[in-house]
Design a protein around this ligand. Structure first.
Ligand SMILES: Cc1ncc(CO)c(N)n1
Length: 228
């Protein structure tokens, strides 16, 4: 029998494919992505990761299965500490200091996605929350590992290689598997209405993943910025 996660991926397969072939990721893969778009992405992602870490901490606190607690608490730490180190490396490489970062305003999409995860953590049940958190792992590993596979053997130095390697990594693959197992268990323990809501949260988060790259590629401004 196929589990919830396999069905959820099938349900969103067009979206996942579109994330992979988005110009942001195609240009990241061949190294041609303009630095300002990657810098904008990093500034947004640094803020996103704090919200993601908070939502993961809520999942750790609320899991009915103590065996899942170390995973969610550990993932919260990874999001805030380890991925932050990846960012720091890039901030140095691009000469981005706190002043430059502060000058990049949190984008509408970054705020929407982060707020969505925090609202889900606050108001939804545990199964819906972890279904919303799963694409954050799965989509990144899918994109990172697909890019790495495409790159096989070719090789001038790509400035984005550290990013690609982080998400293609075996440790990150392990996180995807652990999260999928927790989501499949929560889906199996719930009723059909719960699974419907889980699918909705999974789909919405997958949409936000696509939008996050798209918004960085467009250096998404606030349409109201001129009205302040
Ligand atoms: C937007 C986004 N989603 C997922 C990840 C993976 O942790 C990330 N760094 N940023």
């Amino acid at each position: 029998m196929t589990g919830f996660c396999d069905r959820a991926w099938q349900h969103t397969v067009k979206l996942q494919q579109a994330s992979l072939t988005h110009p942001f990721n195609e240009e990241l893969a061949n190294g041609s992505l303009p630095a300002d778009r990657f810098q904008f992405y990093l500034a947004q992602d640094a803020r996103y990761l704090v919200g993601f870490g908070r939502a993961l901490s809520v999942a750790a606190a609320r899991t009915p299965d103590p065996a899942d607690l170390p995973f969610f608490a550990g993932a919260a730490r990874e999001a805030v500490v380890v991925e932050r180190e990846l960012h720091e490396g890039y901030f140095q490489r691009f000469g981005l200091g706190q002043t430059e970062l502060d000058a990049i305003e949190t984008s509408p999409t970054c705020l929407a996605y982060t707020s969505y995860l925090l609202a889900t953590a606050q108001t939804d049940g545990y199964p819906e929350l972890i279904a919303a958190l799963l694409p954050c792992f799965w989509v990144y590993h899918y994109v990172g590992s697909s890019i790495l596979r495409q790159q096989e053997g070719n090789g001038p130095e790509n400035p984005y290689q550290a990013w690609i390697d982080t998400y293609a990594d075996e440790d990150f693959a392990q996180s995807v598997d652990t999260c999928k197992e927790a989501v499949d268990r929560a889906a199996a323990a719930g009723d059909e209405a719960t699974r419907e809501r889980m699918l909705d949260r999974f789909t919405r988060a997958s949409e936000y993943e696509w939008m996050f790259w798209d918004s960085a590629y467009r250096l998404e401004p606030w349409p109201t910025a001129g009205l302040r």
